[in-house]
Design a protein around this ligand. Structure first.
Ligand code: FAD
Length: 287
């Protein structure tokens, strides 16, 4: 099958990096150094994750404020599960007061051990997008999550696509995908979106491969498939970190190359607060 990617090709390509908020003073200074290195590549923005149900929320604010002060655009993630409308209202005001114009709006996952968070005012991310638009019209550029291999809790692929469309119809400006290693998953997802008249940029999320155990754990949690040919090789490298890194860089560079060549509207790197691998891939691609 030849994927046309017609809607996606019409959008400008944007490149961005994602951080998580550091928990220690050492982590904060390490992240500043990472951000300085990645700033040299001139991404469109840096996004910063947000812990559902309260964890890391101050860290997200501190990190985005720090990024903005350094002269770069920052996009905080906001998750709504287990959260009241009042809390979201206050958070949006704080972000607006701090000059933030770009948000990544999510449902979030209830952290294990956090108890029952179903008491909040939101159940799904489309409700958060609607709420932000109701409160702030177009003050914020709103990004949402998309799942080319489908969300692990979705009933089936069709329902998941319907639910993605709800977020777009609620006012999302663009989407960032969960990471994947098979470009056909993305191309087919785009094809399905085009058939549903979903006409926003859907930027592939890119997970650099640096640590097999961590990658396998994340992938199990978020429903991203590690193809057998990659998994088997990563298992073989065991403690040979250099070979794993070289293989990972090669595989991800090739993936990014295929995506960009086919017309994906940029790339969003899950940096895991590391600069080197994302930089190497970026340079390999000649961005
Ligand atoms: P939703 O879009 O609400 O979807 C969640 C599930 O519910 C899906 O199965 C969907 O099919 C279903 N659904 C959606 N709407 C409806 C509806 N109206 N009726 C019935 N079913 C529905 N998590 C964090 O906690 N913090 C972060 O910072 C963070 N950043 C992320 C960044 C990206 C780019 C991505 C891809 C994910 C991120 N996540 C983050 C993880 C995300 O919160 C989880 O994947 C979460 O389980 C789903 O969030 P969502 O916004 O996609 O949810």
């Amino acid at each position: 099958m030849v994927y046309k990617m017609e809607t996606q090709k019409q959008f400008p390509q944007t490149f961005s990096f994602e951080f998580f908020p550091p928990r220690t003073a050492e982590g904060v200074s390490k992240l500043k150094a990472v951000r300085k290195k990645l700033s040299l590549l001139q991404p469109k923005y840096f996004s910063v994750t947000f812990g559902a149900g309260g964890s890391t929320q101050q860290g997200t604010l501190d990190t985005v404020v720090d990024i903005q002060k350094a002269g770069f655009a920052a996009a905080p993630h906001i998750s709504c599960i287990g959260t009241s409308k009042q809390t979201i209202t206050e958070l949006l005001k704080t972000y607006k007061d701090n000059g933030i114009k770009h948000l990544v709006a999510l449902r979030g996952d209830i952290p294990s051990g956090a108890g029952n968070l179903s008491d909040g005012d939101f159940t799904y991310a489309n409700e958060l997008v609607t709420f932000i638009r109701e409160q702030h019209n177009d003050d914020f550029y709103i990004e949402v999550a998309a799942y080319p291999e489908f969300h692990p809790q979705s009933l089936n692929a069709k329902v998941d696509l319907d639910n993605f469309k709800r977020k777009v119809d609620a006012g999302a400006d663009s989407a960032l995908t969960q990471y994947f290693f098979n470009p056909d998953a993305y191309f087919r997802f785009i094809d399905d979106c085009e058939k549903r008249n979903i006409n926003i940029p859907i930027v592939p999320g890119i997970m650099p491969i640096t640590n097999y155990t961590q990658l396998a754990r994340f992938s199990d949690m978020c429903g991203a498939e590690i193809p057998r040919w990659i998994r088997k090789r990563l298992e073989n490298f065991a403690d040979d970190k250099e070979s794993l890194k070289a293989f990972g860089e090669d595989v991800i560079t090739e993936l990014c190359h295929k995506l960009l060549e086919a017309g994906s509207p940029g790339l969003h790197f899950y940096t895991l607060n590391q600069a080197d691998t994302s930089t190497a891939i970026w340079n390999n691609l000649g961005l």
